[in-house]
Design a protein around this ligand. Structure first.
Ligand SMILES: [Zn+2]
Length: 252
């Protein structure tokens, strides 16, 4: 069966005989693993189109067991990301999260849209990396079945937005009065701006997803809360995240 689609290459592993095994985040077929035969032999189109992070138009062939790349043409390679170690490490982490979190057989195009919007902003270099990281993590978690409940205090149902504490393990919030009821669960205090930003990322329309501002300090706290929540849900070591942290530029 022949299938045409567009996709971001989440990973590309070189095999023998100039072949390559790619994992694609497609617009309408979900996450697809495919063999690109001779991908590294043909200089030009197939080679760059099947590298990690390339966004390309694919012609796929699928039999009962495997999927093969018949043709691939690059649409964008995110050149600026590839030139910058820190941004490249963050983009690789986004690729890993897609592979970890997007359920098998899930064909919603929103996953590719989220990835493309995030990579486009990362490539432009105008948006703080901590903001892109937090938005991508929280929105991807929300879409893939791990939506935190940030509506109101988990104990009393009250919501004022003041003195809110976040419980990353449960993905819930407590007001200051109810904090003792959280038991031994670690809690992170969230200033109102950071709490609002988290709610925005989870509940806002897709088109407005990235349109919020926080001062640098708030962004770092947002990123910390988001990462703590992600790690509590995923419960796995994420090598690409560890690598990103080792080369992340120090906060000035
Ligand atoms: Zn309460």
């Amino acid at each position: 069966m022949q299938l045409g689609t567009r996709a971001v290459v989440l990973s590309a592993k070189n095999l023998e005989e100039h072949d390559r095994l790619v994992v694609l985040l497609t617009e309408d077929l979900g996450v697809v693993t495919a063999y690109a035969k001779g991908a590294r032999r043909q200089k030009g189109t197939m080679s760059s189109a099947t590298e990690q992070l390339s966004y390309s138009a694919f012609q796929l062939f699928r039999n009962r067991e495997h999927t093969f790349v018949d043709r691939a043409e690059t649409e964008t390679v995110f050149f600026a990301i590839r030139q910058d170690m820190e941004r490249l490490a963050l983009a690789s982490y986004f690729c890993q999260l897609c592979r970890e979190l997007i359920p098998e057989g899930e064909t919603q195009p929103e996953y590719l849209h989220l990835m493309m919007n995030t990579l486009t902003l990362l490539d432009r270099g105008q948006t703080p990396l901590s903001q892109l990281k937090a938005v991508f993590e929280l929105r991807l978690l929300t879409m893939s079945g791990y939506m935190p409940d940030l509506v109101a205090c988990a104990a009393c149902g009250d919501f004022t937005g003041e003195g809110i504490l976040f419980a990353p393990a449960a993905g819930t919030v407590y007001c200051g009065d109810c904090a003792p009821k959280a038991g031994n669960t670690p809690l992170m205090p969230l200033e109102p701006g950071v709490f609002q930003a988290m709610r925005h990322i989870i509940y806002s329309d897709f088109g407005k997803l990235f349109s919020f501002r926080l001062p640098a300090e708030g962004l770092e706290r947002l990123a910390a809360a988001s990462e703590a929540y992600l790690l509590a849900q995923v419960e796995r070591v994420l090598p690409a995240l560890d690598f990103y942290k080792t080369i992340k530029a120090p906060i000035l």
